[in-house]
Design a protein around this ligand. Structure first.
Ligand SMILES: [Mn+2]
Length: 320
């Protein structure tokens, strides 16, 4: 699955580092957090004497507090000479939000290794493990550990299974391949705490989240193009007391309306409108729709962000 030359290069980069700096995308999801805490602990075995740092622009959602190493994630980063960066689940530098403050770490002159499953990955790192067929970055890391003959501890398995579960919607999305199930089997055998993950990730919701999702659902409208569309203003977030990150997952319910070509959830955030698009259909490519707004993603799940705000539009017609 991986080229031996890439594995050798990555391992020698890991072992030659002064510090190993793991970095995932901002607004981290279960795959970003799971892959970052998972690789950090694998690196401890690969290069035992080298300090491992974990960075994310935004704090981890509290639901992942059961993961080991979660408290070691820092939001302020100070790259130093000799650092080797490990990028997780990030298709391009700007998704980490460190691209403007620390552009140097994304250049070919700075040694780095990237693990990612997004087909839009720009291969910006020195060594790239990009596997678009993988449903999650955590799945790639499980294979990487196997490829280099590392056994996975129960703690690491819990981190990796978290990403496998969240990026497949609890093994329900169409990206849930036989290989995903094989990975799940391996991680469970390694002692992944499945019940803990299910409880925290799928069976726990704050009151503000439920109220926000209520807004999403009551505001669904159907467009002439066959889209189920909902839109949340900053006022919706204010009045429900929900954070932007609490929107994650709501779109799956919008996507449940029968007969639609796609679903779209728009949300205002800090002068931008962010859009998430999903489809259940094979003949619709939502990453192409997102690309029209300079976004990207997968055929069945994509997103974009444009500057501006949401303005309601009411259409009236005469009924005879
Ligand atoms: Mn992912």
């Amino acid at each position: 699955m991986f080229a031996k030359a890439d594995i050798d290069r990555a391992l020698s980069l890991f072992k030659s580092a002064k510090r190993l700096c793991c970095l995932c995308h901002r607004n981290p999801d279960g795959d970003a957090i799971g892959s970052m805490t998972g690789i950090a602990q694998l690196l401890e075995h690969i290069a035992p004497d080298i300090p491992v740092k974990l960075y994310c622009y935004d704090p981890s959602p509290p639901m992942f507090s059961y993961l080991s190493w979660i408290t070691r994630i820092e939001q302020v980063m100070m790259p130093m000479e000799g650092d080797v960066f490990i990028f997780l689940d990030s298709a391009e530098p700007k998704l980490t939000e460190f691209h403007e403050s620390h552009p140097q770490i994304f250049g070919k002159d700075w040694p780095s290794v990237c693990f990612d499953h997004h087909p839009t990955n720009t291969r910006f790192a020195t060594v790239n493990f990009i596997v678009p067929e993988a449903a999650s970055t955590c799945e790639i890391l499980a294979d990487f550990a196997e490829a280099i003959g590392l056994s996975i501890s129960s703690e690491i398995a819990t981190c990796l299974l978290t990403g496998v579960y969240t990026d497949t919607g609890g093994l329900l999305h169409s990206n849930t391949t036989p290989h995903v199930y094989r990975t799940v089997a391996r991680l469970l055998r390694a002692g992944a705490r499945q019940a803990v993950i299910v409880h925290h990730v799928f069976r726990t919701a704050k009151l503000s989240t439920l109220r926000l999702w209520g807004r999403v659902l009551e505001k669904i409208s159907l467009s002439e193009e066959g889209g189920a569309i909902s839109a949340l203003t900053e006022g919706d977030f204010r009045s429900t007391g929900a954070e932007y990150s609490e929107l994650t997952g709501a779109i799956d319910y919008v996507n449940a309306v029968p007969g639609m070509r796609f679903s779209l959830v728009l949300a205002e955030r800090a002068g931008k409108v962010k859009g998430s698009i999903r489809t259940l259909r094979d003949d619709v490519d939502v990453s192409a729709m997102a690309a029209k707004f300079s976004g990207g993603g997968h055929r069945k799940a994509a997103g974009f962000a444009v500057a501006g705000k949401l303005v309601p539009e009411t259409r009236w017609k005469v009924q005879k």
